[in-house]
Design a protein around this ligand. Structure first.
Ligand code: PGA
Length: 256
């Protein structure tokens, strides 16, 4: 697993799934599970307050899936970083490819949101990733490095390290088509090298998660790679026992 410098992190991205009843059942099923890694559950915004209260005092922390880049005001339907903090949220996913693709979030917007998160003490999980078309055109590194460069215009590596970076190839999300451990490691290493250009010491401490069709069956192989420090888990996170198995795979050989 990753490096002993970095404690593994596994984050659930429930996306637009769940209900109070289903969430309660998930929490009960997961409550007895030993989690040898840091664990975050990023829930739909309406459930964040209740889940944050439920997880208080456990090793699971609650996250949101989005935030607005402004502080307050006339932004109908939006939720600020301060509001998330107010209800006990600790983490927030920023720049997920579904937000970039379906809701038009640009690299600049993702950077502003990341900055807002950090300025309020929320820990961002900032997502980067290429589409299939970009990969096939040989542009993977160019796309990902531009996405990270936009973040680093507003955040220092140290600030980003308060959260995590997530590599999520768009073609692997929800498709059952996972990046191979080699493909993922290659990109993670490039991201870490880009971070190291700015701040070599902190780059070694920053966690880079892989996301995209991670399942209990493939998690251990991915997490065994030196620059893969955990995962951002969509579909498989909805089933508490699958998510627990993925957390166990991240705990394997890691720093405690
Ligand atoms: P997936 O989603 O695990 O269902 O592929 C990952 C994500 O979108 O974060």
């Amino acid at each position: 697993m990753g490096s002993p410098l970095r404690r593994p992190l596994v984050a659930a991205n429930w996306k637009m799934n769940g209900s109070r009843a289903a969430n309660g059942a998930w929490v009960s099923a997961f409550s007895g599970v030993d989690t040898p890694c840091d664990v975050v559950v990023a829930a739909p915004a309406v459930y964040v307050a209740e889940l944050a209260a439920t997880f208080a005092g456990t090793r699971v922390e609650c996250g949101a899936q989005n935030l607005n880049e402004h502080q307050a005001g006339a932004y109908t339907g939006e939720i600020s970083a301060e509001m998330l903090v107010d209800v006990g949220c600790r983490w927030v996913i920023v720049g997920h490819s579904e937000r970039r693709q379906l809701y038009g979030e640009s690299n600049a917007t993702v950077a502003s949101k990341s900055e807002r998160a950090v300025s309020t003490g929320l820990r961002p999980i900032v997502c980067v990733g290429e589409t299939l078309e970009e990969r096939e055109a040989g542009r993977t590194f160019q796309v990902i490095q531009a996405q990270l460069a936009a973040i680093l215009e507003l955040l220092s590596v140290d600030e980003l390290a308060q959260g995590a970076l997530a590599y999520e190839p768009v073609w692997a999300i929800g498709t059952g088509r996972t990046a191979t451990p080699d493909q993922a490691q290659e990109v993670h290493a490039a991201l870490r090298a880009q971070l190291a250009d700015r701040d070599a010491g902190t780059a070694m401490a920053l966690r880079i998660l892989y996301g995209g069709s991670v399942k209990p069956a493939n998690a251990a192989d991915l997490f065994a790679r030196p620059d893969i420090d955990g995962g951002l888990i969509g579909g498989a996170s909805l089933i508490a026992s699958d998510f627990a198995a993925i957390c166990a795979a991240a705990g394997g050989t890691a720093a405690r």
